[in-house]
Design a protein around this ligand. Structure first.
Ligand SMILES: Cc1cc2nc3c(=O)[nH]c(=O)nc-3n(C[C@H](O)[C@H](O)[C@H](O)COP(=O)(O)OP(=O)(O)OC[C@H]3O[C@@H](n4cnc5c(N)ncnc54)[C@H](O)[C@@H]3O)c2cc1C
Length: 328
């Protein structure tokens, strides 16, 4: 098996999910008999980063496309640079981190190459017939099990948090130039400017204890129970997406596939159902405590402790017990 990973970088720094993609690709190689894993890095002025990647991870090679045409991401430039190289090398798998950027151009790349496309993979397992991939469908309400048939290159993206970045194997790889005529990889749009949304972000990734609120809290005016428990524990407050979309908390408090990925020592999920888009962002937590009035809520399946009940009764009782324990 020949496996490629297309790493994502910005301003000479690897995107966090690039390391997760390396871990996924190395796992795929191990599962398919230990094939080669080569990384591709695109950009402009990325020589330092390329050396760092080549010296940091167990890769066959790091294929670098360093050209002014690729300095700013454009789908046309990236598709042109990658199409020629992938067509020439014909890898069996090309693994991407599932980011806004890869989502923007992967389908176009697959179509041009006549390759298969398997986006948002969260896991794979082996059975008698080969590899079986899991990916969420219908907004994460169902998990589809997908088997790939036929020949040729397959493009695959891996969901945020599905593989741990820390499990990417360290080592080194040979630094080589990506095949192809990069001068022909012309940007297909003019970037007029880049606006950062959010500005100063709260970094929840360093939090040791998180109290997370879900839609079940019921409203911005009812967040007091969350704030009280967080204060008693010295915890950060986080939330599922509906809480953010409803404006009960600012966007930088969101956990999940379109929010932050955290791995605290303790994660308390209150009124959160446990949709995959949320759990990919917190399943690395050491201990998960879930409070939900529905005993069938999916969040209980990944919880160490589950409390079935109304969070407006359970949380104040917990807060009181913690305060009392601290006074002793
Ligand atoms: C492309 C995409 C990206 C997404 N990204 C994210 C993301 O980054 N993060 C994220 O969180 N979601 C994300 N989502 C949304 C996700 O699919 C779910 O809709 C969301 O996580 C559900 O949030 P929730 O659990 O708070 O709400 P719900 O699913 O509505 O669950 C509320 C829960 O609260 C319980 N409850 C209600 N009242 C009480 C009470 N009084 N006491 C105790 N329990 C109670 C209910 O039983 C229920 O289980 C995304 C969706 C899509 C399509």
């Amino acid at each position: 098996m020949k496996i490629w990973i297309v790493l994502e970088q910005k301003d000479g720094e690897l995107h966090r999910m690039s390391r997760e993609a390396i871990a996924a690709a190395q796992g795929l190689a191990a599962a398919t008999g230990g094939g080669s894993v080569d990384a591709v890095l695109l950009g402009g002025g990325i020589a330092t980063l390329a050396e760092k990647v080549a010296g940091g991870y167990a890769l066959g090679s790091v294929r670098v496309a360093d050209h002014p045409n690729l300095a700013a991401y454009t789908p046309g430039g990236y598709v042109a640079a990658l199409s020629a190289a992938i067509a020439a090398a014909a890898p069996d798998w090309v693994v991407f981190p599932h980011t806004y950027q890869s989502v923007d151009y992967m389908a176009r790349l697959a179509q041009g190459l006549g390759a298969g496309l398997l986006p948002e993979v969260t896991a794979f397992e082996e059975d008698a017939q080969g590899l079986l991939f899991s990916r969420p469908v219908l907004g994460g309400k169902l998990v589809a099990k997908v088997r790939v048939r036929g020949e040729g290159t397959m493009l695959l993206s891996v969901q945020s948090g599905a593989w741990a970045a820390e499990s990417a194997q360290a080592g080194s790889g040979e630094l080589v130039t990506l095949d192809g005529d990069l001068a022909a990889a012309k940007p297909d749009r003019e970037i007029l400017g880049v606006e950062e949304v959010g500005g100063e972000q709260v970094d929840l990734t360093k939090a040791e204890v998180i109290v997370a609120a879900g839609r079940g809290v019921g409203g911005a005016d009812k967040m007091g129970v969350i704030e009280d428990l967080a204060a008693a524990l010295g915890a950060e407050i986080a939330a599922s997406r509906p809480v953010i979309d409803n404006g009960w908390l600012p966007r930088d408090r969101q956990i999940g596939s379109s929010g932050q990925t955290v791995a605290p020592k303790l994660y308390i999920a209150a009124g959160i159902s446990g949709a995959i888009q949320h759990t990919v962002g917190m399943k690395g937590s050491a201990v998960v405590v879930a409070i939900n009035k529905d005993p069938g809520a999916p969040i209980f399946s990944l919880s160490n402790y589950g409390i079935v009940g109304d969070l407006h009764e359970v949380l104040p009782a917990l807060t009181k017990a913690i305060r009392r324990a601290k006074e002793l």
